[in-house]
Design a protein around this ligand. Structure first.
Ligand code: NAP
Length: 467
């Protein structure tokens, strides 16, 4: 099938890093392409806005790159448009030659342990979304005023963000773009101790060296590691020598130094425990009071990677609150195949399969976390998107495209009275949030409710028309 005169039309579902990198790769490789990004929220940038911690503004600076991508004349943004509600996949099929699903992983992995539904047990996804003003999580409550000890399950970089926000002095966040409602709650927090629970050993800790070191540098906080926890078993020692990355060696060195340093004299502690797997959350009158952990040992799997194996001994660790930071998880999009076991869209090299282990669907692609699972840093999505766009280019050359019956999706949305947020609307809202932030001595006054965002978008549109 040939692309007619109007040029190639591509729909991208999502507007986070992988969506923007997909658009960028398309602009570089496909002449005369129009790329439309759809987001169910009125605002773009996915986890860069709703996930990256407010004290990590340097990481958030990546949006400058996305702003430049959006300057391409072939770029359009359709915010406040939900696929499955305002538009169906069948509508995208009718309007586009190729569709890329880049909608990330919006849910969290469940522990599957008894007691997970006790009060005081939260996922990191909820807490991160809450302090970042994500519309899905703005109403959540965290009883930080009554908690002194928090158990944090998992030791990846999301766990580091949660630990840092819980332990740092709230003043540290005052001038950032943290959600307005979060700061008073953090100020009332009585949390003194965060106990980090890793099911493997120090050599397999999932955090980046920079992230754990940043916590050790916080004023008033000690990172504490017991000598027994810092010691390497023979399997990990050999693995660290032969197969581990530089970052893992640096983590082990850091953790062993902390073990030698002892308890420290600061009032707040991040205690790193290793080789402990939570098996149950214990409660008192419906509220979590402890985490039962099972001690682990490490055994090599078929490729030599050390994996946890449960021992026959347990320990109950008292905790007033529990946060699970054991990974994000994708959710299905109506009309799009889904691999429920992996929590991703089934695909081969970015080509969506009609079912798990099935055959590629013509015109449907996937990029980012919903393609490969929730791993890697923001930049990882650039290479990932390029690979998907490469598959799209090959398929175009072979004539494997959707029919694209013509017509503009903007007209379809207008006919359905969907108030889509354009890129110009977002730019005005962005400028408004920054200006309102400045008035409050903050980087940004982030709106967190969809109706509030839409109210301001409409007011700013009116102001532009009147001018
Ligand atoms: P992650 O890096 O995959 O870490 C997940 C952690 O949960 C691991 O420690 C894992 O242990 C543990 N875990 C998984 N299932 C478990 C279970 N059933 N019981 C106990 N522990 C369990 O995931 P993440 O922290 O959600 O981060 C996602 C991605 O975003 C990562 O690539 C991360 O680097 C990135 N990120 C980066 C930053 C930053 O650069 N500042 C910030 C946030 C996120 P095992 O290792 O044993 O599986």
């Amino acid at each position: 099938m040939e692309v007619a005169n109007g040029g190639l039309r591509v729909a991208v579902v999502g507007s986070g890093p992988s969506a923007f990198y997909t658009a960028e790769a398309l602009f570089k490789t496909a002449p005369n392409v129009r790329v439309d990004l759809f987001d169910r929220l009125p605002v773009p940038f996915g986890l860069v806005r709703g996930g990256v911690a407010p004290d990590h503004q340097k990481i958030k600076g990546v949006v400058k790159v996305y702003d430049e991508i959006a300057e391409n004349p072939g770029f359009r943004f359709f915010g406040n448009v939900m696929i499955g509600r305002d538009l169906q996949v069948a509508d995208l099929v009718a309007h586009y030659h190729q569709i890329v699903y880049a909608y990330g992983c919006e849910s969290d992995t469940k522990l599957g342990a008894p007691g997970e539904d006790l009060r005081g047990v939260h996922s990191a996804t909820e807490f991160v979304g809450w302090y970042n003003g994500h519309p899905d999580h703005r109403h959540r409550t965290f009883d930080l005023a009554k908690a002194t000890r928090v158990a944090l399950v998992g030791n990846g970089n999301v766990a580091m963000d949660v630990a840092r926000v819980l332990l740092a002095a709230p003043d540290h966040l005052e001038s950032t773009d943290i959600a307005d409602y979060a700061l008073p709650v953090l100020r009332q927090s009585r949390v003194r101790e965060v106990v980090l629970l890793g099911r493997r050993g120090p050599a397999q800790a999932a955090f980046s060296p920079k992230e754990i070191e940043e916590i050790a540098e916080l004023s008033g906080v000690d990172v504490v590691v017991r000598s027994a926890d810092a010691q390497l078993d023979p399997l990990s020692a050999a693995w660290l020598e032969k197969a581990a990355a530089r970052s893992q060696k640096r983590n082990v060195k850091f953790l062993q130094e902390r073990a030698a340093h002892g308890e420290g004299s600061n009032g707040k502690k991040l205690r790193c425990r290793f080789l402990v797997g939570p098996t149950a959350l214990l409660g008192d009158a419906g509220r979590v009071s402890a985490v039962r952990v099972q001690h682990m040992t490490l055994v090599a799997d078929t490729d030599g990677t050390p994996r946890p194996k449960a021992l026959d001994s347990f320990e109950d660790l008292p905790a007033d609150l529990v946060f699970k930071a054991i990974g994000y998880r994708g959710i299905p999009l109506p009309g799009v195949p889904f691999d429920d076991r992996k929590g991703i869209v089934p695909n081969t090299d970015g080509r969506v399969l009609d079912k798990v282990g099935g055959t590629p669907l013509v015109g449907h692609y996937v990029a980012g976390w919903c393609k490969r699972g929730p791993t890697g840093l923001i930049g990882t999505n650039s290479l990932d998107a390029k690979a998907t766009v490469e598959a799209m280019t090959q398929d175009r050359a072979a004539g494997r495209l959707l029919a694209n019956g013509g017509g503009d999706v903007a007209e379809t949305l207008a006919a359905r009275s969907v108030d889509a947020v354009t890129w110009e609307d977002w730019q005005r809202l962005d400028a408004w949030e920054l200006a309102e932030g400045q008035k409050r001595g903050k980087l940004r006054h982030k709106l967190s409710a969809i109706d509030e965002m839409m109210k301001v978008v409409r007011e700013l549109r009116g102001a532009t028309v009147a001018r």
